[in-house]
Design a binder for this molecule. Structure first.
Ligand code: NDP
Ligand code: 2IT
Length: 448
């Protein structure tokens, strides 16, 4: 483990003490704090006015009961969360996750990461996150709709286009956003498009938002490769996950001439050395809502493995795009041994601290999630801009904006890493650049 600067130890100890058992939250705070020692050494004023204590404490945390009735008439009770972490830069902004593993510590880690990610985009968005321990797997359309309606019946009072603007994350896509928007509109009697992002195109959504996280992560990797005179063309790429982020990562990698040879879901890993057939994956996942194991049954030469790690498939580029801590130190060592050149995190905190350390030591180009996957939330902010001006932009215009934003995020991280004497260290660059913008805004706004 990398040491934390002694000036930050007290604040970190308070985080551990005040949020016992929230391991993912501790991990996310520690990762940022490991980068901040240099910043407070150069500018000790960041230690004043309880700034670091305030940045680690959510402005507001909402926890609520979500009762709903299944198709057989049985009542279920889930727990809903919204952590409104930091609004120094704009309304709270961040996704909603529906997954049985969700608890307060996971939502807090995601909300904490979101503050710095949103800051890095340069756009007027604060940080927040929410969700529920609801498991959508195997649920009917009617059950999903009733759950979303019940969830929004409580959450709506905390939202608003200038207050808090959720979007999707694991288990929440266009369908769920639709049901939640419908319920919000019904309760409030307002067509307030800017209250949620990731909406359908016919009802206030933005083109490119669906593709944005995966496309953005791929643009970020492209930028990293270019710093070494390299390109995506001809690279073998492994993308974990098979959801929104993974699918559109595969699409952009293929458009840039790379070859994706493996994907995964929680049921195992799929290898197709001929290159993933994206149309088949989209049909299986988006239309039929089936498991990726189905792909191996329909395509000759493809294999599905229920056991083992996807990271043991040799590749030039790894893009973890499923969930937190899915890529361990052991996986990183295997990837490095197999000659991996770049890692772009589509997911939030997918690499464990040990994995990150190994990638940095081996000088693998490593794009941390808060930079590499910021294209999703950045395009959400573009959706908010379109909603505010009652406009809608073309796919080309919006994708160009996204690619410029990713180029800017890449250069902010790279420049900050250079300035702090660690060229090529995007972890340090992202943490410092993200921290500075939000910290400066917090100082200007006083002790609030
Ligand atoms: P989806 O629900 O669309 O897909 C999630 C994928 O990850 C599925 O294939 C799922 O498999 C797999 N997965 C989820 N949890 C686990 C787990 N515990 N173990 C193994 N596999 C798992 O979500 P997204 O694609 O939207 O999100 C993926 C990641 O990207 C998350 O970390 C999210 O926070 C992050 N992210 C998402 C953004 C967005 O705009 N959607 C923006 C930025 C980051 P299965 O179906 O078997 O559960
Ligand atoms: O983790 C993330 O950045 C997201 N799930 C997207 C958040 C958003 O508000 O678009």
């Amino acid at each position: 483990m990398v040491a934390i600067d002694e000036k930050l130890e007290g604040v970190y100890a308070t985080v551990l003490h005040r949020s016992p058992g929230e391991l993912e939250f501790h991990q996310a705070v520690r990762e940022v704090f490991e980068s901040l020692g240099l910043v407070v050494a150069k500018n000790p004023s960041y230690l004043a006015e309880g700034l670091l204590e305030r940045i680690c404490e959510p402005e507001r945390q909402i926890i609520f009961r979500v009762p709903w009735t299944d198709d057989k008439g049985q009542v279920h009770v889930n727990r809903g969360f919204r952590v409104e972490f930091n609004s120094a830069l704009g309304p709270y902004k961040g996704g909603l996750r529906f997954h049985p593993s969700v608890n307060l510590g996971i939502i807090k880690f995601l909300g904490f990461e979101q503050i710095f990610k949103n800051s890095l985009t340069g756009m007027p968005i604060g940080g927040g996150k929410g969700g529920s321990d609801f498991d959508p797997k195997g649920r009917s359309e009617g059950e999903i709709m009733r759950f979303c309606q019940s969830f929004m019946t409580e959450l709506y009072r905390h939202l608003g286009e200038h207050t808090d603007v959720p979007a999707g994350d694991i288990g929440v896509g266009g369908r769920e956003i639709g049901y939640m928007f419908g319920q919000y509109k019904r309760i409030t009697n307002r067509y307030e498009a800017g209250v949620l992002t990731g909406k359908g195109i016919a009802w206030g959504g933005s083109l490119v938002r669906t593709e944005a996280t995966g496309y953005g992560a791929t643009f970020f990797v492209k930028e990293m490769l270019e710093t070494r005179g390299d390109a995506m063309e001809g690279k073998k790429v492994v993308v974990s996950g098979a959801g929104n982020v993974a699918i559109y990562t595969v699409e952009k990698v293929q458009q840039l001439g790379g070859k994706v040879i493996a994907m995964s879901d929680s049921g195992g890993c799929l290898v197709d050395q001929d290159g993933i057939d994206l149309a088949l994956i989209k049909d299986i996942k988006n239309n039929r809502r089936e498991r990726i194991s189905q792909y191996a049954k329909e395509r000759t030469g493809a294999h599905h493995y229920a056991e083992g790690s996807i990271w043991s498939v040799p590749c030039d580029i790894a893009m973890p795009s499923a969930t937190q801590n899915e890529l361990t130190g052991r996986d990183a060592a295997i990837l490095i041994r197999n000659g991996v050149k770049a890692v772009g995190e589509g997911a939030n905190m997918p690499s464990t601290p040990e994995a990150i350390r190994l990638f940095l030591e081996a000088k693998v180009l490593f794009g941390p999630g808060k930079a590499a996957n910021a294209g999703g939330v950045a395009t959400s902010a573009l959706e908010m801009q379109q909603n505010a001006s009652r406009d809608s932009w073309t796919f080309e215009t919006t994708e160009k904006r996204l690619s410029e934003i990713m180029r800017n995020i890449h250069s902010s991280c790279a420049n900050m890493a250079d300035e702090y004497g660690a060229p090529g260290n995007y972890v340090l660059g992202a943490n410092i650049a993200g921290f500075k913008r939000v910290a400066d805004a917090m100082r200007a706004l006083g002790v609030v």
